[in-house]
Design a protein around this ligand. Structure first.
Ligand code: C2E
Ligand code: CA
Ligand code: CA
Length: 712
């Protein structure tokens, strides 16, 4: 009735006859007893003296083999039990002629069917043996009920009163068959799971098929030539089962790529976890997301986007091993459940996936380079339940994306979503509402005469319990949890308020605020800036936006466009952390920025004659070649300042000049430096001057009037 089908799902364990397990023991016992029965059956049939009802017997045998050759109807397409239509005939032959012809016929049919579809040898041996034992169990019930049919003494009559023992035969056959198969395939998951999985579908189908056996008996007895007519209900049953399975398949798979879907992933994870709890088999989960897929969709259209996904799915299928399961979770997110011993193993699969994307996709004549970001979570190392593993793989994937490393395993210490961090997000939200977020201001000076170019606003959060929390710790959280725009709005408004306060006191100091990539890619920033400038009645040129160079690497066209729009408002843009990204010179040339800030990593590693020194010099020259002023950040010593001056770097910022200060302290500091309240030309006007224009910002045209000498 049922037999182990080729499992199409992940097998955390492979079937092995060399290890002692429920599967291997069941296999040895079944095959030795079953094959013995089959040999005996052959002997009895060959040596049977008188055959009765020969024509009917041959007809039933032919139909049995024909039905056995039909493809198996499998529960859900992934469970190891399949409903076999020939069982109706096996059972009828058992009723009519007893155990030996039934065993022999089903054995021959099963071997033929299994060889036909190329099953592995251990299944080809196991299936006829377990059928033989199931038939024998049914026959025992017949004997106990007093109906020991045989070739010489076939059943002569079947009536309503025979339904009782017939049902007993079915039950015996069904139970032995199910138990043997479940025990044999318990290497894929637990014994109970195989039994309970899809139980009702399997049981009802099996009994529907078995219930036809009395009809076959009656027709064989009274009009054997009509037996083929009984194929009609059997084939209808087969068809119905196939259709319902196709429907189930559709519900568990993604229509575009044909991969398993999210529901199926849950199911697969459930099975893998069961296997883990059962005998400690570990496995891995990969979450894969295509970098910049949105860009493909937006620029080349959804049709091309769909084609990319289909090609991607194909490549993904090519990277995995037979036991692994690939799913599409929706959009450009994919998952793979990997049967693996440890993290190393899982990573090897991830690396294979990543390497397979080395070649670009060619779609409609366009070469597309698409790279995946892959997050890894391993059971039990990173979790022992589905939700945790999924969440942790997601966190790892996000880190791979952020760090542009391609592949990352989950690391607890870097988890932005651990319970602690989650509560921090709530507290940050609260801090924003309670105005507990402050800005500190760090001056930027001209290198030559130390006059003030402006200040950079740096956000500060003094947590009532946790103390000072550095922006590097909570900004990534704000970005991930979608509240970055709230923080940016707050920062921009605080900066504008400060400009306005200073203006009221006669000080014209431009402020630079840091803008996160999330702000620039979102749609809210220009609205926030416009509204703020209008509310505080401040000229746009007093505000500068610092954006990190790393942003440009991955979102050049979006960044360019967003920056152009912002500059149209009149604000200036500074390219922060310059030298840490990989923006090509061509791209840089196209980028609408007004100033370049050389990353402090280069400044801190400057020592006379060092490579970093050459790089700083080159970066300054590069900025000038682009017509932009260069500002060095993180200047901590007078020597650094000297050297930067020698390189003709335009501006400096760092602890040597001043540490970031709260508003009132910054006011005192600025006033001391520029008693008349006037600062050096802003970088905005610096660029204009280079272009031969007269600057028109409030700082434009005003040089530092009474710049005090540079700090000692
Ligand atoms: P950044 O834009 O590169 O800011 C400069 C960082 O260098 C600041 O750290 C500043 O305190 C520190 N610094 C200043 N002078 C020196 C020095 O001489 N030596 C060294 N070693 N460090 C110096 P902070 O305030 O911790 O900010 C870190 C990063 O957080 C910033 O890097 C910026 O990317 C981000 N950030 C800060 N405030 C905001 C904000 O309001 N919005 C956004 N989106 N990001 C912000
Ligand atoms: Ca900055
Ligand atoms: Ca920086």
């Amino acid at each position: 009735m049922s037999r182990p089908a080729t499992p199409a799902r992940p097998k955390p364990g492979e079937f092995s006859l060399r290890t002692v397990s429920l599967s291997s023991l069941t296999w040895y016992l079944t095959v030795s007893c079953g094959l013995g029965l089959i040999v005996l059956a052959g002997y009895h049939v060959m040596t049977s003296a008188g055959l009765d009802l020969t024509a009917a017997l041959i007809m039933d045998a032919v139909l049995l083999v024909a039905l056995e050759l039909l493809p198996l109807v499998q529960g859900r397409g992934h469970d190891p039990q399949g409903v076999v239509m020939s069982t109706a005939f096996t059972c009828a032959v058992l009723f009519l002629w007893g155990i030996w012809p039934a065993v022999l016929m089903i054995a021959v049919a099963s071997i033929a069917a299994d060889l036909n579809v190329g099953k592995s040898w251990w299944k080809v041996a196991f299936n006829p043996a377990q059928y033989a034992l199931s038939v024998a169990a049914g026959y025992l019930v017949m004997r106990m009920a007093g109906h020991p049919s045989s070739l010489a003494h076939p059943l002569r009559h079947f009536g309503v009163s025979d339904l009782g023992w017939a049902f007993g035969v079915w039950m015996a056959y069904f139970i032995v068959n199910l138990a043997l198969v479940a025990a044999a395939v318990s290497y894929t998951s637990s014994f109970m799971r195989v039994i309970t999985d899809d139980y009702w579908h399997y049981t009802s189908m099996t009994f529907a098929v078995l219930a036809l056996s009395p009809l076959i008996v009656i027709v064989s007895l009274h009009a054997w030539a009509l037996t083929p007519l009984l194929l009609i209900p059997l084939l209808l049953l087969y068809h119905t089962a196939q259709m319902s399975l196709e429907r189930e398949h559709a519900a568990a798979h993604d229509a575009l790529t044909g991969l398993a879907n999210r529901d199926m992933l849950q199911f697969t994870l459930g099975e893998a976890l069961e296997a883990f709890h059962h005998d400690g088999r570990s496995f891995g989960l990969l979450l894969i997301d295509l970098d910049d897929f949105k860009l493909v969709n937006d620029t080349l259209g959804h049709q091309v986007g769909d084609m990319v996904l289909v090609h991607f799915a194909e490549r993904l299928r090519g990277c995995i091993r037979p036991g692994d399961q690939v799913c599409r979770l929706g959009g450009d997110e994919f998952a793979v459940v990997v049967a693996a011993a440890d993290e190393q193993d899982v990573r090897a699969v991830a690396e294979r996936v990543s390497a397979s994307f080395g070649d670009p996709f060619e779609l409609e004549g366009v070469l597309l380079e698409i790279e995946p970001s892959i997050g890894i979570a391993v059971c039990p190392l990173h979790g022992v339940d589905g939700d945790t593993l999924l969440r942790h793989a997601d966190v790892a994937m996000y880190q791979a994306k952020e760090a542009h490393t391609g592949i990352e395993s989950y690391r607890r210490e870097r988890d932005g979503n651990s319970a602690d961090r989650l509560s921090l997000i709530g507290e940050l939200r609260q801090a924003l509402e309670d105005d507990a977020i402050e800005l500190h201001y760090q001056p930027k000076l001209t290198t030559v005469d130390a006059s003030v170019l402006g200040v950079e606003a740096l956000v500060r959060w003094n947590h009532p319990q946790r103390g000072y929390i550095p922006p590097d710790s909570f900004i990534p959280l704000a970005e991930r949890s979608g509240i970055m725009h709230l923080l940016t709005e707050r920062v921009v408004n605080l900066a504008l308020e400060q400009i306005s306060t200073w203006r009221a006191e006669g000080m014209h100091v431009p402020i630079a605020v840091n803008i996160s990539p999330a702000d620039l890619l979102g749609r809210r920033l220009s609205g926030i800036v416009t509204a703020g400038l209008r509310r505080h009645e401040i000229p746009a040129s007093m505000l500068q936006l610092e954006i990190t160079e790393r942003m440009v690497d991955h979102h050049l066209s979006e960044t360019s466009q967003a920056l152009s729009e912002l500059r149209e408002l009149g604000v200036t843009v500074s390219l922060d952390d310059f030298g840490t990204g990989y923006s090509s010179l061509m791209r840089l040339h196209e980028l609408p920025v007004d100033e370049i800030k050389i990353d402090r990593a280069f400044i801190s590693s400057m020592g006379s004659g060092s490579a970093a020194e050459g790089i700083v010099q080159a970066l300054v020259d590069l900025a000038h070649a682009l017509g932009l002023p260069a500002i060095a950040e993180g200047v901590e010593t007078p020597e650094e300042w000297q050297r930067l001056r020698a390189f003709r770097c335009d501006g400096v910022q760092g602890w040597h000049v001043a540490v970031p200060m709260p508003g009132p302290d910054a006011t005192i500091w600025l006033r001391r430096r520029h008693p008349d309240g006037r600062t050096a030309p802003s970088s905005h006007s610096m660029r204009s001057t280079k272009a031969g224009l007269v600057g028109n910002g409030p700082g434009a045209g005003r040089s530092a009037l009474s710049a005090v000498g540079r700090p000692d």
